[in-house]
Structures are given as structure tokens and as C-alpha cells.
Design a binder for this molecule. Sequence first.
Ligand code: DON
Length: 306
Amino acid sequence: MNSNYQNIIENAYNLSNSLENKGKLATYIPELANVDPSKFGVHMTKVDGTHFGMGDHLEKFSIQSIAKVLSLALAYKIVGEKLWERVDVEPSGTKFDSLLLLENYRGIPRNPFINSGAIVICDILISNLDNASIDFLEFVRDLSGIPDLTYSDQIADSEKATGYRNVALCNFIKSFGNIKNEPNEVLDFYFDMCSIEMTCQQLSYTFGFLANGGRQLVDGQKIISKSKSKRINSLMLTCGFYDESGEFAFKVGLPGKSGVGGGIVALYPHNYTIAVWSPKLNPSGNSFKGMKLLEEVTTHSELSIF
Ligand code: DON
């Protein structure tokens, strides 16, 4: 890894670590309220395979909504452009778990990253795979190079017991006919998908294919086409941070995706992916320190897609 990048990451880490963290833990999922709020890690992986990390970058955390990018990649790979008949590609401008726009748009979620959209993607995977839960896990094992990756039962069960808004979203969409399977089955898979845990190092490597034209970093294996990779990156840029997507594009200038576990992954196409983890979230549900660190990295590297 080029020493210039290392310096930039070290400075960005130290600066954002010195700020007062105004964020709050995501307590609506009881298991996430038990996480040490002081954790802070970052890891960058370049498309040439070199990598560098610091802080708690080798500790696993709940990637939550970041997994929605991977479920979208698998569904898009399987069903192609027909996918967009079931979910739109527009920023929602609302919170990630909002029910608001589903009534206006007759059960078609605005994009695949808000909860409603990710639930429809889960439904599509269930309809198109023998066993969506097992097959999706295999897909992520392959992408991440972690052969023994599993879902976290503790986190999934915690969410299954309290995920009333997601239950409401799934049933509401079903009432418009845009969920084809049993809501309970769809929600079980959705909660499993969100429960995956990874380290910053593993996460930055896993997302490498989206910085590399749809091909995995180490062996160049084609995961999705260049065009699909471009479109997933576009969606991350416009919708990856919910009602704060404009702010992230404005300050960081890269496609990215956040999760309520406090993780963010962002990427600079043909160059690098970077994963950061700090559990306290700002009011939009995005990592407070993570956003700051990434802003520092693109400001000082003077590299962004703009
Ligand atoms: O469904 C939920 O509410 C969580 N499993 C995922 C939400 C999430 O990560 C939003 N991201 N910032």
C-alpha cells in the first residue's frame, strides 16, 4: 500500500477520533445496544490487493444494511433488468424504515437499499433460488473468501423479536401484490441477511468486485457485468445513505453504503474500497465518526469520482 494513502488514513483516523462523538447507538435492535461504543476501525483495500488498516479493523461487527448491496448484486445477477419492475432506482429522501412512500407508489419501493426495497429483493431471491438463505450465504462466502461465514443467530433473533416496522413494511407491500412469498419467510431471510458480521478488512475486500468492474480482486472471477457494477455503484451514490445520501455525496464524493451497526463501506472505482466502523450513529442512522473519516480521506487524497 502506497505510503501516501497510509498517511492520509492515519491522519483522518486520528482527527475523527479526537472529535466529540455526538452519535448514539442503534438501540432499536437490542443486541446492537450491547456493542462497545468506543470501537473505531478502518481498512482500505486497493484493487491491486494491497491493503492497510488501523484501530479495531480486525474485529467483527454487524454489517446490517451494508449486506443489502450484496443481496442486490445476487438478485440482479439472476433476474437482470426485470428486477426494476419490482423496485425503483430513485432516492427516497425518507428514513430507511419509512412506510410513507409505499402508499403513493403502490407497493413499489423507491430503491433497493431502504428496508422496503431490500425486503422485495429478499422476496425475489426466495422465488429464484432453491434455498435463498443458504445460497446467499454461499455467495457472500465466495465474495469474502471466508468459507465458514455464518449468520449471527443472536443478532437475527434480536431483530426478529422486535422488528415491528419491517413486519409492517412487508405486509403493506404484500397488500399491493409486490411480495410473492409468505411474509414470515421473507422477513426471516431479511433478518438473517442483515445479521452478517465482518471485520473492516473483510468488508473492504468483499466489496472489491464493485471497484473492479464486477470482477473479484484476487482471481479476476466475474461476479457481475461491468454495466451491472456501474449501476449498483450509482445506486450507492444516490441512495446508499437514505435521507443523507446527498450529504454523503457532497462531503465524500464516492458511492457507499452504511449500516446501523456503525459500518460504512465506500469505493473509488478502479482504485480502492474502504470500510470504516464506529457504532455511534447520527440522526439519519449513519456512523458519525465514519462519515467524518471518509470526508477527510477524500479531501486529502484529492481523489473522488467528481
Ligand atoms: O431492518 C433494519 O432496520 C436493520 N436490519 C437494517 C437497517 C440499517 O442498517 C439501516 N442503515 N443505516
